[in-house]
Design a binder for this molecule. Structure first.
Ligand SMILES: Nc1ncnc2c1ncn2[C@@H]1O[C@H](COP(=O)(O)OP(=O)(O)OP(=O)(O)O)[C@@H](O)[C@H]1O
Length: 659
């Protein structure tokens, strides 16, 4: 991506005011740079000047001088700036012999000192200037480069060529800074942008192929984002007051109750205590979403109105249901009685699955309320592939229940919850074990009833006009015409007479290879989600980086120095913050370019050797530094904070973010 234009395209070259700070003749220390990256030695060895105002005679015509911006912004961008300096023709090699090399990188560099005055690096000014060096990289991994050398502060005392020292060792004596890295030859190969975006999409996951959507593959897909957002909305939406009007403030450890049932006309005998009778429970059984004060989690409370406890043994199965954990079953957490609603109510607490719908509402009931985000319900007729997926999942849940010595007893489309992408979960399990307790009937009988109810459920899903209690003949004729013979055979098997030889294992056998479709779909979906997870993982890096910059920039007071965040290494970070977030266009309007922000932060995190020109707000100072230098400054300043009392906060935050 092209870098945006600086605040001022052509850097104003001004002779700085006489400096207040005068370093030693040959070696100077930048007074404010006190961090780990600060102690810097810089020497002047004579020769051509390093400032923007070279010595008379050595100066070339401006039109003859090679424009540095070509290196930074590229030729085409510079030509648009109408820069007065010399620009090579496209393809022309740039020759920069040491003797005729133009001024070095710091066109007009002034750094504020610790006491607030500006230190100018100009000819004769003998002021310190930041000269970034290219440190040795021990580990070339873009993510975690181990940098062995620190950037050095350099100065020239008498206008000579800079001699840079890294840990006391001079870097290629005799060469100006320009020769070493400022003027790159045209053969210099920039790292591709992907280098900074660590997560490259897996080609196996990309669908459509990568080439057709290279940019989108770096972001979470819109449909997944919408789905997760609406699920979060459904999870955390709460009534404005303490609780829903007309409902108690709390029931046991649960508060903020919100009704889940869509408004519906009374069925099966009219309302009792204001709610219609449930389709399958012999009581009104409204459902509520509520929050627990114990763990802060959201749960679904199923209230059985007007319940009278007849037999303590009725609660015997509850413990078994509480232990049941299965991907196709809504987990029961607890059950208790309460008078909190003003009557004798029995409460079953289940896991809450936000933005879910019952199979009844999704497919069979035409007037069901629309789902969140206005998603339309799937309705009827149901596709055979989806039907077999439902059959597979219900059989899977039912097998787990039967193997635990229990029976579902509520195989009804209103008690099948569709969560996420076509995931079916058996809902309301255990309620009928309490409400219709029958200690004298063997559980195998109820298990056989489950299979018959399963068969009727499949008929309901295939045939819109079938109602429970009707003769299945006409419905089966319809199914024979619309679906494969396997569907009809399965239904006939399920609704046939109970037999000890009949079990849910037979259903799984009859579904046969179709079960593999579900396995394929689940595994493909895992691949997609893992890929998206990896993409989102990268966000944490940028948050960490922004947190560190936030900790450092504009810090009011640190170590009794009110200008700590504006001086030394931190000054570079301040300019970098402005470069990333506070760019303005030629018309003075703010540039809100997210891709610029993301690109810059990624480059900073990778610590690239790519150079960036940082210009102060008043256009008086300009620094050319690499992202690697900035990264070292960030780490230095952040460690300085962390090693002090303020570090407690930073460390806690970073721990939270995983680093
Ligand atoms: N565990 C749950 N998590 C989230 N939502 C649920 C859960 N159980 C049910 N719901 C939602 O609550 C609403 C009512 O569910 P319920 O089981 O009461 O259906 P119903 O058709 O009203 O049944 P009944 O006739 O027995 O009252 C449905 O929209 C359903 O999606």
């Amino acid at each position: 991506m092209a870098l945006p234009a600086p605040r001022s395209a052509a850097v104003q070259i001004k002779r700085p005011p006489p400096p207040e700070f005068t370093p030693a003749a040959s070696t100077a220390q930048l007074p404010a740079a006190s961090g780990p990256t600060s102690p810097v030695a810089f020497k002047s060895v004579g020769g051509a000047g390093v400032s923007a105002s070279p010595a008379p005679g050595a100066k070339r015509e401006t039109t003859q001088r090679l424009c540095r911006n070509v290196m930074i912004y590229g030729l085409s961008a510079v030509l648009m700036m109408q820069c007065i300096y010399y620009h090579p023709a496209p393809g022309e090699a740039i020759s920069t012999p040491a003797s005729t090399a133009p001024s070095p990188s710091l066109a007009n560099t002034s750094l504020p000192s610790a006491n607030g005055s500006k230190l100018a690096a100009g000819l004769g000014a003998a002021a310190p200037a930041f000269v970034p060096k290219t440190p040795t990289v021990e580990n070339t991994s873009p993510a975690h480069s181990a940098i062995s050398l620190q950037p050095q502060w350099a100065s020239q005392a008498d206008g000579g060529i800079l001699e840079l020292e890294v840990d006391g060792v001079p870097m290629q004596p005799g060469l100006s800074y320009d020769d070493q890295s400022m003027y790159m030859t045209q053969q210099h190969i920039r790292p591709p942008l992907d280098y900074n975006l660590y997560t490259a999409p897996l080609t196996s996951v990309a669908n459509p192929p990568l080439a057709t959507h290279p940019l989108h593959s770096f972001c979470i897909p819109d449909d997944l984002r919408r789905y997760l957002t609406s699920r979060n909305d459904a999870q955390w939406f709460a009534p404005s007051g303490n609780s829903y009007p007309g409902l108690p403030n709390e029931i046991g450890v649960y508060h903020s109750l919100t009704p889940l049932d869509p408004p519906r006309l009374p069925m099966h005998g009219g309302p009792i205590h204001g709610h219609p009778l449930s389709r399958i429970f012999p009581h009104p059984a409204p459902a509520y979403r509520a929050r627990s004060t114990v763990d802060g989690g959201i749960y679904m409370l199923r209230r059985i109105e007007g319940y009278k406890l007849v037999n303590e043994a009725a609660f015997g199965a509850i413990d078994s249901w509480k232990r049941m954990r299965h991907p196709n079953i809504v987990s029961l957490r607890e059950a208790f009685t309460t008078k909190g609603f003003g009557d004798n109510s029995l409460i079953f607490v289940y896991d809450f699955h936000p933005d879910s719908a019952t199979v009844l509402d999704e497919h069979i009931q035409p007037d069901a309320a629309p789902l969140t985000m206005g998603r339309r319900r799937l309705g009827m007729p149901i596709h055979e592939k989806v039907l077999w997926s439902y059959i597979t999942q219900v059989a899977n849940g039912l097998k787990a229940i039967h193997m635990s010595g229990l029976a579902a007893r509520n195989m009804d489309p209103s008690k099948m919850l569709i969560t996420g992408k076509n995931r079916i979960r058996l809902n309301g399990c255990g309620i009928l074990d309490v409400l219709a307790y029958d200690g004298s009937t063997p559980v195998a009988v109820f298990q056989q009833e489950d299979l018959v109810s399963f068969g009727k459920l499949v008929i309901s899903l295939c045939c819109e006009f079938f109602a429970p209690g009707q003769h299945p003949g006409p419905a089966l004729e319809h199914i024979t015409r619309q679906y494969s013979p396997d569907v009809k055979n399965l239904i006939l098997f399920l609704v046939s007479k109970p037999s000890p030889l009949k079990s849910v294992d037979d259903v799984i056998r009859m579904a046969g290879a179709r079960i593999l479709n579900d396995l394929d779909a689940a595994q493909n979906y895992i691949d997609v989600l893992e890929q998206n997870l990896a993409t989102e993982l990268e966000n944490a890096r940028l948050v960490r980086l922004m947190s560190k910059l936030g900790f450092i920039n504009e810090r009011a007071e640190f170590e009794l120095d009110s200008r700590w965040s504006d001086t030394g290494d931190r000054y570079i970070l301040k300019l970098f913050r402005d470069y990333v977030f506070h760019s303005v266009g030629g018309d003075g309007r703010p540039i809100l370019d997210m891709s610029h922000v993301v690109t810059c932060l990624n480059k900073l995190d990778a610590g690239l050797d790519e150079k960036v020109m940082l210009v102060s707000r008043d256009d008086q100072s300009c620094l050319v530094v690499t992202y690697r230098d900035i990264k070292i400054c960030v780490e230095g300043a952040y460690n300085e904070l962390r090693n002090s009392g303020a570090g407690m906060m930073g460390a806690g935050m970073m721990q939270m973010l995983g680093r």
